[in-house]
Design a binder for this molecule. Structure first.
Ligand code: FAD
Length: 514
């Protein structure tokens, strides 16, 4: 017998927990999450959350920066909602117990790339995400919310065009279960694990995009994957993000020859948009024959560095690197999914009764490139609107896009072996990564198409098999969209089409059966 709730929320990062905490006032709420409650991208967020609350700042300036970063594809209505609601959502987080840092009685505001003002609120210095996750999960556990850890959703149940629940497995026993709901909310986060080098934890396998696509929802902007320029690159040391805020505080990038190079690429130097910095690093690494460049903060006050970035300082020190006296070896890593399940400004997807918020959703606020620290903000602004919407109208859907296309049919080759996770990650990193071209993308699309067919409905019915099938499908969406988009824009860069093209100032949308 299926268990029934008014709200079924899939995912326990900031989007899922914040939505659950708001929804609990309006009905029964169940959060399903495939690992422990705090296994999510949210926990690792360092820099902070953007909000135009400084004296010299305002929503219009924040909007301008967001639109500029998005390279012509930002949905202005959604972005205006984002920046105008920021201060109120920060108040909500404070009410939920998030301890944002302050100095002299005023909230501390950091600076990050492509922001024209200091507007990044942080907690515990560079431990913002950990504080958010701890505060929200602690509160959720104390409330009437049902939290089911180690439950992986494998499919959305759609009946007569409406999402009515989910099929799931207990990841410890592999036993199947079914949950019914009035509103099904996807809050499953991103897909960084598609790539061999990624800042994202193991759970970020693009499940929500695959669940949405299979359920008939539209998926948009998947070619836009943000690569963070500076992840720690030390042999044998797990990949760890070195926040943008380190460059915001004055950190400079040098190549293996010790030369500062960013001013040669962009007037904004180290604070240029992430795609510009990531590509510059790739080029410098190739030219110097090195697998890293160096982020140097040794000229900054050592006490300030360790106080402002306690997590980074401690992590590096634990691995034998004192960042106050030595440069940090870094290289780019897959970081954030700008695209996802397409929603309107109320978080409604194109399937009735199915909502999406957080990184899994494509609201349009990021366009082709996300402005740093806008993602945590997006999660709470649109999670709030999802809950509001469920109170106003029942099970409606976003309007369908006339331009939606289906992925090419997946065909398995006779006797083709099952891929493993590492094979998908290597293919994506090498052919669908920071620098792309038609030949590599076509090869990747063909292989992912075959793997989609090989993995669909096969495997052992365990978490790993479901994740692999979802990765093949999400990866196929990224590769196909990147092949179709014959230009360079935002985070999507092709050597065979190195400039933006006016005719491509539009979105690529997928829908099964379109
Ligand atoms: C290292 C790092 C640093 C970052 N720094 C910043 C920053 O400073 N500022 C900023 O704005 N953004 C930052 N980001 C991005 C930001 O953290 C994320 O975009 C945001 O936390 C996403 O929140 P979410 O709730 O949508 O997803 P997540 O926090 O990733 O949560 C997704 C949840 O869904 C669950 N899930 C997934 N699939 C399933 C399934 N099939 N069934 C059940 N459960 C499932 C996962 O287990 C997880 O609990 C950073 C990201 C990383 C990785």
């Amino acid at each position: 017998m299926a268990q029934r709730f008014d709200y079924l929320i899939i995912g326990s990062g900031i989007a899922g927990l914040y939505a659950a905490l708001l929804a609990r006032a309006h009905g029964s709420v169940c959060v399903l999450t495939k690992g422990s409650i705090d296994e999510c991208n949210t926990k690792y967020a360092q820099g902070g959350i953007a909000a135009a609350v400084g004296r010299d700042d305002g929503p219009d300036l924040h909007l301008k920066d967001t639109i500029e970063a998005g390279a012509g594809l930002v949905d202005e209505e959604a972005a205006r909602i984002l920046v105008e609601a920021a201060a109120d959502r920060i108040h909500d987080l404070v009410d939920f117990g998030v301890p944002f840092d302050s100095a002299d009685g005023e909230v501390s505001l950091g600076r990050e790339a492509a922001h024209s003002r200091n507007r990044i609120l942080h907690a515990g210095g560079d431990s913002t995400g950990a504080h958010i996750e701890l505060s929200l999960s602690g509160l959720a556990r104390l409330s009437r919310i049902t939290i089911k850890e180690y439950v992986q959703v494998e499919d959305i149940v759609v009946e007569e065009g409406r999402a009515t629940g989910v099929r799931a497995i207990d990841t410890r026993t592999n036993l199947a279960d079914r949950f019914d709901a009035g509103a099904v909310v996807l809050a499953t986060g991103g897909c960084g694990q598609l790539y061999r080098v990624s800042t994202n934890p193991d759970v970020a396998t693009g499940d929500g995009v695959a669940l949405g696509y299979r359920a008939g929802a539209e998926i948009r902007d998947m070619e836009f994957i943000q690569f963070h320029p500076t992840a720690l690159r030390m042999p044998g040391v797990p990949i760890f993000l070195i926040s943008e805020a380190v460059r915001g505080e004055g950190g400079v990038l040098r190549n293996a020859r010790g030369e500062r190079f960013m001013p040669r690429y962009d007037d904004r130097a180290e604070l240029a948009p992430r795609d510009v910095v990531a590509r510059a690093i790739v080029r410098e690494m190739a030219e110097t024959g090195s697998d890293a460049v160096y982020l140097d903060v040794t000229h900054l006050d050592a006490a300030r560095v360790s106080a402002r970035f306690p997590q980074i300082y401690r992590y590096c020190l634990d691995h034998g690197l004192d960042i106050t006296t030595e440069s940090i070896p870094v290289s780019p890593a897959a970081h954030y999914m700008m695209g996802g399940v397409r929603t309107n400004t109320w978080g409604e997807t194109t399937v009735r009764g199915l909502y999406a918020c957080g990184e899994v959703a494509c609201t349009g606020v990021h366009g082709a490139n996300r402005l740093a620290s806008n993602s945590l903000l997006e999660t709470v602004v649109f999670a709030k609107r999802v809950v509001q919407r469920t109170l106003e109208r029942d099970g409606e859907a976003a309007a369908a896009s006339p331009e939606a296309r289906a992925l090419p049919d997946a065909t398995a080759h006779e006797g083709a072996p099952m891929p493993d996770r590492a094979a998908v990650q290597s293919l994506m990193w090498e052919k669908v990564g920071i620098v792309r071209d038609a030949a590599g993308l076509a090869e990747a699309a063909a292989r992912l198409g075959a793997w989609r067919a090989t993995t669909a409905g096969r495997g052992d019915g365990d978490r790993a098999s479901h994740e692999l099938a979802n990765m093949a499908l999400a990866g196929a969406l990224v590769a196909d969209a990147a092949l179709v988009r014959e230009e360079s824009r935002g985070a999507h860069y092709r050597t065979d089409f190195p400039e933006p093209r006016d005719e491509w100032r539009r979105h690529i949308v997928y829908r099964k059966g379109a």
